[in-house]
Design a protein around this ligand. Structure first.
Ligand SMILES: Nc1ncnc2c1ncn2[C@@H]1O[C@H](COP(=O)(O)OP(=O)(O)OP(=O)(O)O)[C@@H](O)[C@H]1O
Length: 634
């Protein structure tokens, strides 16, 4: 089908761009630079080795210095072990099979560690993630087959060619603690024959709703459900909440967050606890003993010794094969017992579960998922539930060409457009004061959002108003171009003075520990750097540093804070607002605030765009418009 041909083309373009930017970042850089970019652990120490089935060796490594650097050595990533003596020659590729804290296990296709691993400093580099692209490509190819519709029931539905149907005779489902739009969503999910969509604006309890819906689905037919999301963090959250509801959850893959509750849901952990595990441990010990014996015969010994060596290795192999079979038995047993399997989109094809099919698949955070990645789980399902908010940030696309040609339009967005009748909009939100909610609701959600009574009027101590736009027009706070990014140091300084004033007003009501949480958000990375730097030098804010986080809009998606400041940064005479014109980014930024939202920006620049002009009108109507001039003596 042409539809999938186009998707394959776009995916190819994106893959190439992604690979190029990876190469640019790694090729001529030192281990220390790659380490700083999160692409390398260096140095690492070997903590143990263990043979695994299929001629693999699992090496456990620990990074001993620079342990606080964020990194991308995640479960499933392709990685390479190298020696600093000759990183081009002395290297061996593998896959990260476990990562937690400062330890990781690397599964290498070798029987024994090469000699170079014993001298010189060792490091591990993340390799470009070809595997995820391969899986996505594979899924698209399957869906593109001429008779795909016979095997994959959802293909015509998800490509807009066959409207979804619903069981209209379904009796009302009893749920506890849900509001009416959440209840309707659960009803629609259970009644759907092929597709249901949950549109969850900020703070509307999308996760709460999904968990209840998954419970209801299980109760309906006792069929195993696959629950997936694009990020490990989202999968972790759902896994925990589903387990809290008493469901038997199996988390495939490696959680991003280390928590005991979460670990107990993983396949690894459940395997360790399985009754057949003792047998495996004994067998592995035996295999190791045979290998150790074999190693005593060096390769350059005579014929008889070589034969002896081979016989011992063969014996070890035989045992490991048995280990493999027993492990498979345990895995099958655990899989069969799970009511819900959770994984990332690509993780749905993890070797332990890739053969499974499900009646229902649920994709959460579908607004953040690349379409080809959604096809991986979608091809395993008779019925799909998509949940997310296409009015918040779409997935990040590396290739501008692919983005221009539609790669950033998600499957969620398309399905909402094809089938509005399949969509349940969650309407009641539990986060924002109603004045903060008002403009996003009018612009993105047809004014349908309501604030739950508990939050509608909640505010900071001292009668602080919930909303302010502070206009810097005419102040001469001009933006500066920093490479591909933008800064506005004077706007940053003003924002921090404004926050310091607020902190002073709040101080009598709170201790530094109970002080409201604060986010300072800017759309540009360089402006974040400037804000962080300046923040260190504002004495009035020092007691509250632990309560203040400064970051880009994208990194705050899904989070909330009591107070949010947004530094709009752009201020120029041409009215150029760059990627601020992607108003979904602003939707995310504005809707992080619970009790107070302060936006600092230059109206003369911003108002060239109707979204910001409208926002200015809204703030005026709410009596929330201020000029920075009013703070001249700050
Ligand atoms: N029916 C409800 N009654 C009371 N509180 C609720 C209800 N539904 C959700 N909440 C509360 O609203 C908050 C947000 O819920 P949840 O985490 O499920 O939302 P979400 O939509 O997934 O969040 P996000 O906006 O980050 O995607 C939580 O504190 C939750 O307890």
């Amino acid at each position: 089908m042409d539809y999938f041909k186009k998707q394959l083309e776009l995916l190819g373009t994106e893959r190439e761009e992604d690979r190029q930017s990876y190469l640019k970042l790694t090729q001529s850089s030192s281990a220390a630079q790659r380490r700083a970019n999160g692409l390398c652990w260096y140095p690492v120490a070997i903590r143990g080795t263990e043979p695994a089935k299929g001629d693999y060796l699992v090496v456990e490594l620990e990074r001993t210095t620079h342990t606080d650097i964020a990194h991308q050595l995640r479960f499933g990533a392709s990685a390479v072990l190298f020696s600093n003596h000759d990183p081009q020659q002395d290297r061996i590729e593998g896959v990260v099979s476990y990562q937690g804290g400062n330890r990781l296990k690397l599964s290498l296709r070798t029987e024994e560690l090469p000699d170079w691993a014993r001298d010189g400093k060792l490091g591990v580099d993340v390799l470009f993630d070809e595997n995820s692209y391969e899986e996505m490509q594979q899924a698209l190819k399957l869906a593109a087959k001429p008779d795909a519709e016979k095997e994959y029931k959802l293909v015509p539905v998800l490509t807009g060619n066959r409207a979804p149907t619903f069981d209209t005779t379904l009796a009302p489902i009893a749920t506890r603690g849900l509001n009416s739009s959440q209840q309707e969503a659960v009803q629609k999910i259970v009644a759907a024959n092929d597709l249901a969509i949950v549109h969850g604006p900020p703070g509307t309890g999308k996760t709460t709703t999904l968990v209840q819906a998954i419970k209801a689905l299980w109760q309906q037919d006792h069929k195993q459900i696959l629950v997936v999301a694009p990020s490990n963090t989202a999968v972790d959250l759902l896994s925990e909440k589903l387990a809290d509801e008493g469901l038997n959850v199996l988390r495939v893959g490696n959680p991003a967050r280390v928590s005991e509750k979460l670990m107990s849901l993983t396949l690894d952990h459940k395997m360790t606890a399985h009754s057949h595990m003792k047998e495996i441990r004994n067998l592995k010990k035996q295999a190791n003993a045979y290998r150790d014996m074999a190693h005593k015969y060096k390769r350059n010994f005579g014929k008889a010794e070589r034969e002896q060596r081979k016989a011992l290795f063969d014996e070890a192999h035989k045992i490991l094969k048995e280990v493999g079979n027993t492990e498979q038995y345990i895995i099958d047993d655990l899989l069969a017992r799970a009511q819900v399997i959770t994984a990332t989109l690509v993780g749905a094809n993890h070797y332990t579960v890739r053969h499974l099919k499900y009646h229902t698949v649920v994709i959460d955070e579908a607004g953040q998922a690349l379409e080809p990645a959604c096809w991986i789980p979608a091809l395993k399902a008779q019925k799909l539930v998509l949940a997310g908010d296409h009015c918040q940030l779409p997935p990040t696309i590396k290739s501008q060409e692919a983005a221009r040609n539609g790669f950033s339009t998600t499957l969620l967005e398309k399905c909402v457009q094809y089938y509005p009748e399949a969509v349940s909009l969650l309407q009641e939100q539990y986060r924002m004061h109603e004045t903060i909610m008002g403009y996003p609701s009018a612009t993105f959600y047809e004014n349908k959002l309501q604030a739950n009574v508990a939050v509608a009027q909640h505010s900071l101590a001292g009668q602080e108003p919930p909303l302010a736009f502070v206009d810097t027009a005419g102040c001469g706070y001009d933006e500066k171009q920093e490479g591909t990014s933008t800064t506005n140091p004077e706007e940053a300084a003003f924002l921090l003075r404004h926050l310091a004033l607020l902190a002073g007003n709040l101080a009598p009501h709170y201790t530094p520990e109970t002080f409201p949480s604060v986010a300072i958000i800017a759309p540009y990375k360089e402006q974040i750097r400037v804000l962080k730097e300046q923040l260190e030098h504002v004495p009035a804010l020092q007691p509250y540093l632990a309560r203040i986080s400064v970051n880009t809009v994208d990194s705050f998606q899904g989070q909330e804070r009591d107070i949010v400041y947004i530094s709009m940064t752009r201020s120029n005479t041409d009215g150029i607002i760059g990627f601020l014109s992607d108003i979904r980014r602003m939707n995310v930024a504005m809707t992080r605030a619970r009790k107070k939202l302060v936006i600092v920006g230059d109206s003369a620049t911003l108002c060239q765009h109707p979204f910001y002009a409208g926002f200015m009108q809204y703030t005026e109507a709410q009596n929330a418009y201020q000029s920075a001039w009013e703070y001249a003596d700050l």
